[in-house]
Design a protein around this ligand. Structure first.
Ligand SMILES: [Zn+2]
Length: 234
């Protein structure tokens, strides 16, 4: 938890306006107390606060502050819609967002600071910086995060790749996971790196539910054959 201090403490490094986003109220209060215990100038907002207090936080955040004396805003995902925040320069994802919409809402708080792709002489030299804090408990998110970073064309940390690989191994070994329909139909899954289903066959789970020796072809009726194209990849 104290990792967050090294990111947002203006005494450690010169940074712009920082926002720490948490998943719920309890986490928000905990992080806020940690910052205050270090005498950092911090504001907070979560869904259990009165509307007037959230509005007061909005006003204080949007006052003009010197670069190294701006407050650190700590807030939860569910209050972001009610916040008037658009100028964040450093986003700290204290916990992983529960879905992609919430993740997008976090980034939306920095919309005035994004570099314009078509204006080469944009006055802002540095874009928005995002910090994702992950623990071993977040391994189930590793695949999605790797995919996101691949699309952003940025370097992927080795530790995150290792976490993704461990999660995949664990998932493949889990008999609770459902057998992937692509693997079942075609013997392979083109999205295996991200697919959340199982890609190994367990006789007891996936085999025939009735003994094969008791299966007899019907004495009469219509038999249909389907021909599928077969691709051989070397
Ligand atoms: Zn699959």
């Amino acid at each position: 938890m104290t990792h967050v201090l090294g990111i947002v403490d203006p005494n450690v490094q010169a940074i712009g306006r920082s926002m720490i986003v948490c998943c719920d109220t309890a986490e928000t209060v905990e992080v806020y107390k940690l910052l205050r215990s270090q005498s950092l100038y911090a504001l907070y907002a979560h869904a259990d606060l009165p509307v007037a207090q959230v509005q007061a936080t909005n006003v204080e955040w949007n006052l003009t502050h010197a670069r190294n004396s701006a407050p650190v805003l700590v807030c939860s995902d569910e209050i972001l819609d009610s916040m008037d925040v658009s100028n964040v320069e450093v986003i700290v994802h204290f916990s992983v967002a529960k879905n992609s919409s919430l993740f997008g809402a976090r980034l939306w708080c920095a919309r005035r600071k994004f570099l314009h792709p078509f204006l080469a002489e944009h006055p802002i030299k540095q874009g928005v910086v995002s910090h994702l804090l992950l623990s071993e408990n977040d391994s189930s998110h590793a695949s999605s995060l790797v995919r996101l970073l691949e699309r952003c064309d940025v370097e992927i940390p080795r530790k995150l790749l290792a976490m993704r690989d461990r999660d995949l191994l664990q998932k493949e070994g889990s008999k609770q996971a459902q057998l992937c329909p692509h693997f079942k139909a075609f013997g392979r899954c083109s999205r295996q790196k991200w697919c959340r289903m199982r890609h190994c066959f367990y006789e007891a789970l996936d085999g025939a539910q009735v003994p094969m020796e008791t299966v007899r072809p019907p004495a009469e009726g219509e038999v249909k054959f389907f021909q599928f194209p077969v691709y051989v990849i070397f």
